[in-house]
Each structure stands twice: as structure tokens, then as C-alpha cells.
Design a protein around this ligand. Structure first.
Ligand code: PLP
Length: 482
């Protein structure tokens, strides 16, 4: 960050905003936390927000809005067609991306649904650095196949590569040639690659991917949901971007890519989504799906107040003071944990910090769900809710056997502009305590296992008695404190 501290040992990321609306938090005593996580079937999705001190489940739709966003919501123009609110969104998108054409949708996956309906045919392939859950679901539903061509460094838990989301360009070309350009529905670039730890793609790599697409006559699509973190990393990690403005970067990408879509639950600090492009005929081919699935062309399933908030939030996504806050807090948390020896995904990305639970509990087999066990342990230790991103988040094979996740991760998302640094320090402290007491942590087994999306609704119980032992150890170490 631009602010340098007088004493270098005091250097911390400094918020360039102040908090003017607050929400009270509860921190339950450890006995109640034990009850709450067991009552939730050891599934953090089933915890109640009132029982949570730090909610680090996701960065989606939970980012703090600015005073200007909130103020804009009062000026919303509530008309079914031709709303002035939509014109303001159009102007914001034009400012940020420079693009002329805009189709609204109610969230990111709704854009994916429309792109898949329009372009994915049975037998076709969508090539991407890495899949996202909802993206893959829509493509496979339409009979397409997803092929991932992320550089191998992207899948190493620990690396000093600044752009682990980069495409392997040779593999990209080979894949297009192998399937034949006519069978490629599109090449999708995911900025801030979500499922491998919010890892960015370099500007150089994104532009090179677009060039490859042009050469083969294949459509390029940018998933810009996590682009604001990615632009922060381009500015701070990529030499050619240092003296570019954020707006120049957004525009350069929009000039090169055929289609851009995003979830405004992330980009724009609001709720909603949109598809945008310079290409009129491509956008015309998508237009008919908006009234069919979303709503009329000037609201697309979004509430007008949300559209106002997103319009203002998009301008804010150009402002380094705002977009640096998330990545810098994540970097701080990752460094705290790494310095202490806790296995974390490195380098720090956007979105959140990711604990490598295969290394925290190396003896615990995949089918006792190490990442879910650490998630439960961290809730018991500190009322902190993370999200399991390991084997529980996978789906069983058709024959009923488990598909083991490549990495057993616990994601601690960092909602943008939400937490103070003391809360982040508290989180680091409780993770360190969990790490020091990892020998006490045991496995989990299913009590209710849904066939689809089990990570949302499924319930599990501890194997043995380790959760009570962990709570008792907490009492020994912390006395009667929370
Ligand atoms: C969250 C996300 C989506 C889906 O957006 P929703 O608004 O949650 O539907 C798509 N792509 C990426 C990269 C995301 O992070």
C-alpha cells in the first residue's frame, strides 16, 4: 500500500475507508460453539449467522457497500422497461470496460447459463484455465466438455509464481487443434482463478490467450467476476502494468476479448451480474435469452436498487484504494500463518486465505474429510466459519466410490471492506491454536449424505470424541475467556 509506516516493524495494511454502519457480532462460549457445530451436522453451511463471530464462508454478495452505493439505491428508477437506473449501469460499464453493449442477468451463473445455452452444443468443448463449479455445471448440462489448461504451477500448493492462474499457451493451442477449432464453443479466461485459491492471470497471458483465439477463429470469453483482485495483482506484480491505470487494463482486456461476463456479487460490491461486449451481433444472439430466463432487457432479474449499487460499485472497482483492501488483508493473514508454520496456499491470492488441510492432518484419510474436520475445529476454536473445499465438495463417482479432491483446502474468504485488522489478527491467532492442537483433531463420517451438492446440505458427525476433547483443551488454555 502507498502508506509507509515510520517504524517498519509496525507496517500493516491500512484501510483507506472508515466504517459508518455496523452490525453487532456474537461470540458464543466454546461449549455453545461445540453444540452449534454438532447441531449443524459439522457442515458450516448449516450454521446460523447469529452463532458466528467471523463469517469467512464466501466473498459473494457479502462485501460492504460504500456510502455512495447506499445513497444511489434511493434514486432507483423503478420501471419495467427503459429505466434510467439501467442507463446508469450502462454508463458505468462503458466507463469501466469501454464496451457499448450490455445484457443484465441476476447473478454470475445466470450469465453462464445463457452463454452455455447459446454456444455449447453436444460434443463441443469449452477450454479454460480452470473450471468454476457453476460454469462447469452449465456447460456439461448442455452436453459440452470442460478442458482445463492451467499451467502446472497453478496446482502446486506452494509456489512463488505471481500468476498461478496463467494458461499454458502450448497446451491451449494443442487442445484447440486436437478438438478442431469448429468444436470449441469458446475459450474462457477466469480472472482470479477461484478454485485454485483466487490466483491471478497476468495481463500478458490474458492477451496472449485472446491472440491464440483470434488466430484459430475461436471465441474468447472473460469471466471477470474476480477481475478487480486480478487487476490489483497485475498492478503490483507485473512490470508492464505498474504505470498503467486500472481503467487502461480493463479497457485493454475488453478490446481483446469477444465477451465479458461477471457476477456483481463480487465485481461491483453488490448483487447481480451482466454480459458485455463490443460485438453487436454476438450480443444480439444472446439477447433473446434474457427475457426468457432473467427478466426484461433493462433489469435482467435484478432489483433496481441493486442495479444502482452495482453501477456505483463498478466505478469503485477502478480505485486502487478500494480494490487493494481485500488482497492486502489476505496477504497479511497468509504471511502471519506462513511465518508460524501453518501450511497455506502460496502466494496469497484474492478471495481469501486457503489452509492446506492435507498437510495439517497428514494421517487423516480423504474419506474422513480432513478439510471439513479443520473447518469444524476452527469454528469450535473461534466462532470462525470457513468453507470446506476438499473431498466433501466433490461428488461421488457413478459407482458410489469417493472422488478424492486433489487438495484438501479450508477456504477463509475475506469479504471486501468488511473486517478490521484486529479481527484478521484474531482469525490468525485461532488458526495458530488449531495448528498447535492438530493432534487432537479426528475425522468425520456422514449421517446424511445427499446425492447432489452434498456440501450444501449434508450432515456429518465426529468419529470418536475429539470435538469434546478440543473444547476441553480450549478451556484449559483460555480459562473462562471466550
Ligand atoms: C462466484 C463466481 C461465479 C458465479 O457467480 P454467482 O453470482 O455466484 O452466480 C462465476 N465465476 C467466478 C469466477 C466466480 O467467482
Amino acid at each position: 500500500m502507498a502508506v509507509k509506516f515510520y517504524k517498519s516493524e509496525n507496517q500493516v495494511p491500512l484501510e483507506m475507508h472508515k466504517v459508518r454502519v455496523v452490525q453487532k457480532l456474537n461470540l458464543l462460549p466454546v461449549e455453545k460453539r461445540l453444540q452449534a457445530i454438532q447441531g449443524a451436522g459439522n457442515n458450516t453451511f448449516l450454521l446460523q449467522n447469529k452463532d458466528i463471530y467471523m463469517d469467512m464462508l464466501t466473498d459473494s454478495g457479502v462485501n460492504a457497500m460504500s456510502d455512495e452505493q447506499t445513497a444511489a439505491m434511493f434514486t432507483a428508477d423503478d420501471s419495467y422497461a427503459g429505466s434510467e437506473t439501467f442507463n446508469r449501469l450502462r454508463r458505468a460499464v462503458k466507463e469501466v470496460f469501454g464496451t457499448e453493449y450490455l445484457l443484465p442477468a441476476h447473478q454470475g451463473r445466470a450469465c453462464e447459463n445463457i452463454l452455455a445455452e447459446a454456444f455449447v452444443k453436444p460434443g463441443s468443448v469449452a477450454i479454460m484455465n480452470f473450471h468454476f463449479t457453476t460454469t462447469k455445471a452449465h456447460i456439461t448440462r448442455c452436453g459440452g466438455e470442460v478442458v482445463e489448461v492451467v499451467d502446472s504451477k497453478g496446482l502446486q500448493p506452494q509456489s512463488d509464481d505471481p500468476f498461478k492462474g496463467n494458461f499454458n499457451l502450448d497446451v491451449l493451442k494443442e487442445t484447440i487443434e486436437q478438438y478442431g477449432p469448429e468444436n470449441v464453443a469458446f475459450v474462457r479466461v477466469e480472472a482470479g482463478t477461484n478454485l485454485i485459491g483466487g490466483q491471478p492471470v497476468s495481463l500478458e497471458n490474458m492477451l496472449a490467450v485472446a491472440d491464440v483465439c483470434h488466430k484459430y477463429g475461436v471465441m474468447s470469453v472473460l469471466d471477470a467476476s474476480l477481475l478487480q483482485d486480478n487487476v490489483y495483482f497485475m498492478k503490483t506484480r507485473e512490470a508492464q502494468c505498474k504505470y498503467m491505470t486500472t481503467k487502461q487494463i480493463y479497457h485493454l482486456l475488453a478490446d481483446k476479448m469477444d465477451i465479458i461476463y461477471f457476477s456483481s456479487r463480487k465485481l461491483g460490491f453488490g448483487r447481480g451480474g451482466a454480459i458485455t461486449s463490443h460485438n453487436e451481433s454476438l450480443m444480439k444472439s444472446l439477447m433473446e435469452f434474457i427475457p426468457l430466463y432473467e427478466g426484461f432487457l433493462t433489469y435482467g432479474g435484478m432489483d433496481v436498487r441493486s442495479i444502482e449499487a452495482v453501477a456505483v460499485g463498478l466505478y469503485e472497482s477502478l480505485d486502487m484504494d478500494y480494490i487493494s483492501q481485500g488482497p492486502e488483508f489476505i496477504q497479511y493473514l497468509v504471511k502471519e500463518l506462513d511465518d508460524y508454520g501453518v501450511p497455506v496456499i502460496k502466494p496469497a491470492g484474492g478471495l481469501g486465505a486457503h489452509l492446506n488441510c492435507s498437510e495439517i492432518l497428514p494421517e487423516l484419510p480423504h474419506n474422513q474429510y480432513p478439510a471439513a474436520a479443520v473447518a469444524a475445529a476452527l469454528y469450535i476454536a473461534g466462532g470462525i466459519r470457513g468453507m470446506e473445499r476438499g473431498t466433501v465438495s466433490e461428488q461421488r463417482e457413478p459407482d458410489g466410490s469417493e472422488r478424492y479432491a486433489e487438495l484438501e483446502l479450508l477456504r477463509l474468504a475475506m469479504p471486501r471492506r468488511v473486517f478490521t485488522l484486529s479481527q484478521v489478527k484474531y482469525c490468525a491467532d485461532r488458526v495458530k491454536w488449531v495448528w498447535d492442537n492438530r493432534d487432537l483433531i479426528g475425522g468425520l463420517q456422514w449421517t446424511e449424505e445427499p446425492k447432489v451438492l452434498r456440501f450444501f446440505f449434508g450432515r456429518m458427525k465426529e468419529i470418536g470424541h475429539w470435538q469434546e476433547d478440543l473444547a476441553e483443551k480450549f478451556r484449559m488454555d483460555f480459562g473462562d475467556s471466550l
